[in-house]
Design a protein around this ligand. Structure first.
Ligand code: 2IT
Length: 446
């Protein structure tokens, strides 16, 4: 048997009609794995790819709750339990209006590869709801989280499936979800990660995705004899990921000059450091305020209705959401001299954008490699919970650095081409695949 991307994709599209994000994520993996699969037919014969695109289980449920006005609201909840070959399902929950089954499945599929790369024993899962926490009161968010957990608790557990945060789910939401689980199950278990420090959370978990992305970026730059110091960097979002990414760049002597939201972006040519960084750190994570507040406060430029990729830079870090950087944006970045694109969000670059970067042979890393720091520290939170211990910030940060370095090495090992160019997409996909695939073969047809 041989592996043919077109035949495989036709089948995936026929079985999952309309799920465009899921098709996109699977196609990227299929294209990059095809040569490897055809050199290693045991994976083709065992139909590993066909098995991996079929979630082990999808849970979809009604989430009714009552808002502050007394009106009944109905949202839809999801948990996609994608793959448990190398560990219990692990992955975040996303609360955003754009959430649908396609988005959940693409994220769960990516998560399986990402978690495999972390070197920790975690399978892949993802969940969430089309609930929008923006503009809701604390009480509304709490009632929603309780309603959501009143169904989800049946399917999760500290050795079964361990959710965490993603877009729209931060410390506040994880706290409410944890409280609801504890009440329903009557047990205090490490069933969620990203918890508050006083009830089993890990130091450095909030910072881990942003910090980890920059540690990975540093490793990429090192291969060219470069570093972050003195570099001009673009970020897009300023949630949990963007905020701490900006902080780490500032700590390492680089300068992030943009961030934004769906309304536009801030351009601060002097860089977001010092007092401005302190303001930014609270802007969304604490106060949930629009990006424009920063421009108004510091008298810098606000660019309405556009994305930051038009600003000249050395390094671009998409930190917001899927497909936020398209082929045209990619061409603009290259034209302006960008040498490195490190994804902090999940699948933020379109297929066209990826092809532009590949053609130009610049440093480009997919989120499943470079943003794996978040779930890695979640894995470390699970270890601390099961050992009833807590590690210092230095210990966790040191382990995070080692993990990001290791992921970079795996990408280079599997992604280096004959001319020395490292295709991090191929490297991440093959390395992530091999571990899961070998575990699946060893466990038989289950
Ligand atoms: O996309 C991701 O890796 C996350 N949202 C974090 C998942 C986790 O379990 O910490």
């Amino acid at each position: 048997m041989s592996f043919c991307v077109d035949t495989f994709m036709q089948d995936v599209i026929a079985k999952n009609p309309g799920e465009t994000e899921f098709h996109q994520a699977v196609r990227e993996v299929a294209i990059s794995l095809a040569p490897f699969l055809n050199e290693n037919p045991k994976y083709v014969d065992a139909k590993i790819m066909e098995r991996m695109v079929e979630p082990e289980r999808v849970i979809e449920f009604r989430v009714p709750w009552v808002d502050d006005k007394g009106e009944i609201q109905i949202n839809r909840g999801y948990r996609v339990q994608m793959n448990s070959a190398i560990g219990p399902y692990k992955g975040g929950l996303r609360f955003a209006p754009s959430v649908n089954l396609s988005v959940m499945k693409f994220l769960a599929f990516e998560q399986t590869f990402k978690n495999s790369l972390t070197t920790l024993p975690m399978g892949g899962g993802k969940g969430g709801s089309n609930f929008d926490p923006r503009g809701k009161s604390d009480n509304e968010v709490m009632r929603f989280c309780q309603a959501f957990m009143s169904e989800l608790y049946k399917y999760i557990g500290d050795n079964i499936d361990i959710p965490a945060g993603d877009i729209g789910v931060g410390g506040r939401e994880v706290g409410y979800l944890f409280g609801a689980y504890k009440k329903l199950k009557g047990e205090f278990a490490g069933v969620l990660t990203g918890k508050g420090l006083s009830f089993g959370g890990s130091l450095v978990r909030p910072e881990a995705t942003g910090y980890g992305t920059i540690y990975f970026c540093e490793e990429m730059l090192k291969t060219k004899g470069e570093s972050i110091e003195g570099k001009t960097v673009l970020a897009s979002g300023y949630g949990n990921v963007g905020t701490y990414l900006i902080e780490k760049v500032a700590q390492l002597g680089g300068k992030v000059v943009t961030f934004g939201d769906e309304k536009g972006y801030v351009y601060d040519p002097d860089g977001i450091t010092g007092e401005k960084l302190a303001f930014l750190k609270d802007l969304w994570v604490v106060h949930r305020r629009p990006a424009k507040d920063y421009a108004d406060k510091f008298g810098v430029k606000w660019v309405e209705g556009r994305r930051p990729w038009e600003v000249p830079c050395d390094i671009a870090c998409p930190t917001a959401t899927q497909n936020e950087l398209n082929g045209e944006d990619a061409k603009t970045l290259i034209k302006n001299g960008c040498m490195c694109v490190t994804e902090a969000a999940n699948m933020p670059c379109t297929e066209e954008a990826y092809n532009v970067f590949k053609e130009a042979k610049i440093l480009y890393s997919p989120g499943k490699a470079s943003n794996a720091g978040g779930v890695s520290v979640s894995g470390l939170e699970m270890s601390q919970n099961s050992g009833h211990i807590s590690w210092s910030a230095e210990q966790v940060d040191g382990m995070l650095k080692d993990i990001m370095k290791n992921i970079h090495e795996q990408c280079v090992r599997y992604g280096k081409e004959k001319d020395g160019y490292v295709n991090y997409v191929n490297g991440a996909n093959v390395a992530g695949f091999v571990k899961v695939a070998d575990a699946m073969i060893a466990q038989g047809i289950v």
